[in-house]
Design a binder for this molecule. Structure first.
Ligand code: ZN
Ligand code: ZN
Length: 480
């Protein structure tokens, strides 16, 4: 254990407390400091996050853990909530050890926007720190990409005159009050209000417990909020065109340009689309803040927000086929939601592998609703087999209706064997529809620049079929 350490102040970057340690230790060579803290002379000191936390936490004794260094003294929580669970795990691993993959995993390198050259401070914070702690220090909330204001004092940030040497990185910059310009900044900025709002939101992100949410949860919440704005179709797709129109009304292109976040409508992978589709790509946290601003969501409320589970709740759902051995067991993984043509109420269709398909109007109001059949769309081979067997056992029609839970008319109809064939034909249609949809999506992805008319020529068969059977889907998926 180290004989002493410059314990980090509230929201101080780990880098900053190491820089102070280097200064107070009297070490001349930075490599000596690295060796004392990390047991290695070749550790690269990183400003925003860092690595080798496992060794560092050991050297610092029981008060520190990898988790609390990462949560309280790095900028990582700015990113954490918007990363996939897998990515979060990889990063926890990375900082514990070598940290090689860290920056690529965070997307700081690849998806960097509003990059800050150098270190920033708030004049009021600096004065306050000198009064309270006797020295200024590097606040993590002032180093975030896209954030130009102090969330506490609502003033623009100032750049520290000494800039870290990105080439060698073997040096430590410690904030010194003599180097700071403490005169208040008065700036007329038409976007000050929104920038201050975003700064406050970003600070709230830093205060969240680590890994409370992941990208998957965030996407689900977005979906629910967009649904409230009528920007989601019944088949759970986002009306991208309408979303962009509304987004533009709330956030001017001029402002977005200042933050390197203009939405390129022609680009199939523009950030707004990537952010609202649950794709593998990650989006910069600042852009998530823009989205939350658009949705009028405060971080705290957003986190508490119930995840959107749709009008029928989350699966799996029970099979309600009385003829099946798995009757009432939760064997149907998901529900297909469509809209009632006249009333616009959601209709859930539940398909079981036994061939039984039932539907009901939603939304469900209580948990009992999940065992309610609105209409049986198809009885399927298991049910038909059972019917045949009961008939061969010479059961009366009445006994059969009791056993299978249907009326006598249905039993008679199915025993005469005329209905199921027609139903199965419509099932075939469904399969064809799914196939054609996939094909069209593939073509759109392959030729993202192709206008609608040209696309129609390329896939005539699919186009005509889908135009007839699922026009809403088709028009929504086609480019402008
Ligand atoms: Zn401040
Ligand atoms: Zn079943």
């Amino acid at each position: 254990m180290l004989p002493f350490f410059t314990n980090p102040y509230p929201d101080e970057l780990l880098y900053s407390s190491i820089a102070r340690y280097h200064f107070y230790s009297g070490n001349l060579d930075c490599k000596d400091t690295l060796e004392e803290l990390f047991g290695s002379r070749s550790v690269i000191s990183s400003i925003e996050i860092g690595s080798h936390f496992l060794i560092l936490a050991e050297k610092l004794g029981g008060h520190y853990s990898i988790e609390n260094i990462l949560a309280n003294h790095t900028i990582y929580p700015y990113y954490a909530m918007f990363l996939s669970k897998e990515r979060q795990q990889e990063i926890s691993q990375d900082v514990a050890e070598g940290g090689q993959g860290l920056y690529a995993r965070l997307g700081i390198v690849a998806g960097s926007i509003c990059r800050k050259e150098g270190l920033y401070y708030c004049t009021s914070c600096a004065k306050g720190d000198v009064e309270q702690y006797g020295e200024p220090y590097i606040h993590r909330e002032h180093q975030l990409q896209g954030i130009d204001y102090c969330p506490h004092h609502e003033v623009p940030l100032r750049k520290y005159p000494v800039t870290p040497n990105v080439v060698s990185r073997i040096e430590f910059i410690r904030f010194e009050i003599e180097q700071m310009d403490l005169v208040h900044i008065y700036e007329v900025d038409p976007y000050a209000e929104i920038k201050i709002h975003l700064a406050k939101q970003s600070y709230k992100l830093l205060q969240q417990p680590l890994h409370l949410l992941s990208r998957q949860d965030v996407s689900q919440k977005y979906l629910g909020l967009l649904r409230d704005l009528k920007l989601v179709t019944s088949s759970n797709r986002i009306r991208q065109k309408e979303l962009y129109e509304k987004f533009k009304q709330k956030l001017s292109v001029d402002l977005l340009a200042q933050f390197e976040s203009v939405v390129d409508v022609a680009d199939e992978y523009n950030w707004l689309k990537v952010l609202t589709r649950n794709m593998k790509r990650h989006v910069h946290p600042f852009r998530h803040l823009l989205m939350l601003y658009f949705l009028e969501q405060d971080i705290d409320d957003f986190i508490d927000l119930k995840t959107d589970i749709g009008p029928f709740g989350k699966g799996p759902f029970p099979c309600l086929n009385r003829a099946a051995s798995h009757y009432q067991k939760l064997v149907i993984p998901s529900v297909e939601v469509t809209r009632d043509f006249k009333t616009n109420a959601p209709i859930g269709t539940f398909k079981c592998v036994c061939g039984f398909i039932y539907a009901r109007k939603g939304p469900d109001k209580s948990s009992e609703d999940c065992s309610r059949i609105g209409r049986v769309k198809q009885f399927g081979h298991v049910w038909q087999g059972k019917l045949k067997q009961l008939a061969e056992d010479d059961l009366s029609i009445r006994a059969i209706t009791r056993e299978l839970g249907v009326d006598s008319k249905t039993v008679k109809r199915y025993l005469s064997n005329s209905v199921e064939i027609r139903k199965e034909a419509s099932e075939l249609n469904q399969e064809l529809m799914a196939k054609y949809k996939q094909e069209i999506v593939k073509i759109i992805q392959k030729f993202p620049q192709l206008p609608r008319t040209k696309l129609r020529e390329k896939c005539k068969k699919q186009y005509i079929f889908l135009y007839r059977h699922d026009k809403e889907w088709l028009l929504d998926v086609l480019p402008f």
